[in-house]
Write a protein that binds this ligand. Sequence first.
Ligand SMILES: [Zn+2]
Length: 423
Amino acid sequence: MSQTEIQFCKECLYANTHPLGITFNDQGICSGCQIHKEKYELDWNERFKKLKKIAKNYKSNSKKNYDCIVPVSGGSESYFVLHIVKNILKLNPLLVSYNKYFNTELGIRNLSNLRIKFDCDIIIQNVNPNSVKKITKETLRNFGSIYWPCIAGQTVFPVQSAIDLKIPLIIWGAHQGTEQTGMFSHKHEVEMSRRYRKDHDLMGYEADDLLSSFNTLNEDDIWQYRYPDDYDVSRADVKGIYLSNYIPWDPKKQDELMIKKYQFKTSKNYRSFDTYDHVDCYNYHGIHDLLKLYKHGYSRVTDHATREIRHGRLNIKQAYSLVMKYEKKKIKYLNFFLDWMNIDQSAIDFILDFHKNPKFWHRKDWNRNKNMWRFNGLSKIRNFQSFDLKKNLVIEKKMNFISNDKISQETSKRYYVIGKGYP
Ligand SMILES: [Zn+2]
């Protein structure tokens, strides 16, 4: 695809290169922006009644089992989902959490606080670190992804638990395909599926596909990531619903309510203005986000800015200005990852360069040691030229994202092991 073939949305920052897939209407407005408008058009009282009806069907009268499963992490969305599930719908959930091993101290604190504030039981899956590292090495090298095991684990452990423990309802927060690119209307009430997980969450590779692709991995490494058989899922009648189909989803507003009501803690984010997103992980805004910039020509701050445009809190010029401030900021905490993976700087540099998409990165042949790569990502191609540091500070102040704690490299020397409790 050449630059001239890249089509941008007239209203937000997304282009037709979006990895989840995006379409445009005759007015040049993307599917994500079109579906977002449903948040102002649908009868959400009616939709919430539908959710209540589902909840009622699963409420156990015997009180001998949990009513549903809620997948959680030390992130902000877990709080909001539990707020709705436990305190509004009055269900008794079992929390399940997959340990992704990149935990910040703040994430551990938020997860512990969550269990106490909502008075819930939790089960945590700790897959043996050797297998996680072996898989991470392969997916990093071959797909430019360090997050495959995290996403695979987060999306499958709740389903395995639902079957094993006979708790057939799983309640998730937002459906990313609907939220970002308008893949489905809210009215479709799309549910969790093996197909979506494979195609979009896991980049087309389920656990068994890794096994057949990489001879370094064996059955012992991948079995925990295997989605249960269709037969088992349907026999246990497992259903996974997304709250964003029943509540007009607004992460900023929701997270601020969680800060106020349940003392969710946040941290200044060195690669975005959003101080609520993924404060539980050292790598999400670090190497994971850098790989996104290399492969797709934009980083997480573009997702944040697009979301804020759609909610009417930024205009497109302000959004671009913030993207340009943050998208190429140097990443932190890479040393933790290198230590954990036992690889050195030159190896990671080689892998990172390998995943630079030539659509968005041009290699200069001259002056080999300095500025070898020229960035030609989405913000550059669109060429808004609106970066203004002073104005940015005013915009950020006005948006008023709260940071009431901090993630710091100085106080932390490595990833935190989950389950040690807090403090
Ligand atoms: Zn759009």
